[in-house]
Design a protein around this ligand. Sequence first.
Ligand code: GLN
Ligand code: ZN
Length: 758
Amino acid sequence: MAKSSVLGYPRIGADREWKKALEAYWAGKLEETEFRQKLQDIRLTHLRKQQEKGIDIIPVNDFSYYDHILDTAAMFGIVPKRFSYTGGAVPLSLYYGIARGTKDAAASEMTKWFNTNYHYIVPELDGATPDVTENKPLIAYREAKEKLGIEGKPVIVGPLTFLKLSKGYQASETDAWLGRLIPLYIQILQELASEGVQWVQIDEPIVVTKLSEEDYGRLRTIYESFAAAVPSLNIMLQTYFESAESYETIVKLPVQGIGLDFVHGRTSNLASIAALGFPADKVLGAGIIDGRGIWKASLQEKLGLLEQLTSFVKADRLIIQSSCSLLHVPVTTANESKLLPELRGALAFADEKLDELVLLTKAVEFGEATIAEELKQCESALQALRTSSTRNRSDVQQAVAALSAQQPRRSTAFEERHAAQQNKWQLPIFPTTTIGSFPQSAEVRKARQSWRKGEWNNEQYEGFIREQIDLWIKLQEDIGLDVLVHGEFERTDMVEFFGEKLAGFAFTQYGWVQSYGSRCVKPPVIFGDVAFEEAMTVEETKYAQSKTKRPVKGMLTGPITIMNWSFVRDDIAREQIAYQLAYALRQEVEALEAAGIGMIQVDEPAVREGLPLKKDEQAAYLEWAVKAFRMTTCTVQDTTQIHTHMCYCEFHDMIDSIEAMDADVISIETSRSHGELIHSFELNTYKLGIGLGVYDIHSPRVPQVEEMTSMIDRALRVLDPKLFWINPDCGLKTRGTEETVAALRNMVEATLIARKNY
Ligand code: GLN
Ligand code: ZN
């Protein structure tokens, strides 16, 4: 009989109970025992839900007190040196110390989990003497069995993935580290086997990325050692987020099950199975329900896929499951009461995906007819959204088709524009500016809330925003900045602000997903054709410009960033969504220009987030991402200066694409990349205007003039002084007013020194 399973369930709870409990505990409002009790309640609720829905193989140990990679490190006693840990079980205080820092030791680095917006804590191996400190999967298994009678499937991060995601060792030490880890994994697995565990899911998503022959050798060593030491245990070697790079190697490993992603790696995984077959002695974990998207699956279409699969694998060797952990989607659509009915009806969050899996499994077991009613309902829900007027704006579709058929470009080359802009603006050498936002003080946040709640009318709120603009225009002039901004006081979030004003977006009430630790995000949903409705930023920008003779830069979020930080529809290509956004934003750019704004910044901090995992798909993505940016910005006059901004410092390998965006000026984060970025610009001789962030805005510390002077000197050894700008690393909205003013004054002073020495 086919079985249903999921690879993991969201931790946060339908009302973010998990987040609230963590934060209450950190704030000292919950005692440790109470806290542990609360988390257990949450965990059991999630297990019970899966049980009641009828999932056959329920994951355990997917739950975490913070992050599953940190859990794995803690389970093996891998604690960064600076925490002076001496072995044994890792207490909660230490666990959270590693994640969040203590007063004596900095937190561990956090980084993106593959191509998702989830961030994990990077394990630091140097100096660690790994040992099993507790068998967390076993504890989770026992709990589920004792409390709920669930025969759980412990989920464990595999050794190769764990090692590849860790730092603090040389490549030459890889095998030595594997040699240390394998026996510890074996100990964990043996204890699970003697407890009677049937299936263990070992996650090795690293196999969807490019690995060396040596790495494949390591993979064999790992799983051959497991097979030899714990022959009675069924191991599901789980891959996700893409197709396995080397299907032929993976299927030959001595494990009992292979889990493949038939959503994100569908074509290539299917092609591999068709070409090479699937081993008759293994179980296929068929990841057919999208663990990352929020849309209802077409059951009909999934049945077609399952039919294809059952021509290679017998149904009783099939586990029908989510493509990856459901960690990446919100919990349930049940409490959403404000969405358009055709949208709500077409959504499936984690709980609804459980239903889909159960239905599909039933259909495979007992025939399609047994779910006939559900099939009909599903298709009509999908049909309702498909035919909704929001998805069928022929005005947008025609305009975008016409525009994207051309190569968008400014009417003249950079050199000519640059001369025209210099002539118009007469900026001093090394112009100074900021990235857009100024401190969102408690007062600003309160004002926005009062207005949202209806306690303040529009007039009151707009008056308040104008006062803030007045204040900051004066401050910026007084500090001596050359290019000013209005400060973004009217925006909570750089994506939400535009999403609320453009057509085609919806906002859920409870659609939260974990981003890192207790931090959750509620991405907007791009469900329809995106369209410009009315000017979004012109009023505030124009007002700011009316208060000063210096240029005020307009401030927009770019198409790729809006797309990458939203949940997007899956009926058209992401490329098309990007072009729709570009077309809408271009109308805003034109409106700003028409209102007399001569410098316009289009922020694209999230370009990298959409980069495909597969190397051979990256160039195509970058090409259309660049095109969308150019489409947004190309219609302005030569004298209108287009700026862009990128942060998160991981742009070394993208400089050609950044240059191809053809922005007159880019401001980029550098202070945290320790000069690496400057070095890559050195190798690439970037030819457009560029402002390197001269101080880190993530800390309240006011940087000294000398620190910034040395950053500037270093950059000027590489970059053309005539194209060089001076600015902070990123927006200042999270900073306090006093420290911001002090830091900017120092920045201007450093600039004056640089000008004198030039
Ligand atoms: N203009 C935005 C701001 O200053 C840019 C934010 C970002 O790059 N993340 O807040
Ligand atoms: Zn930034």
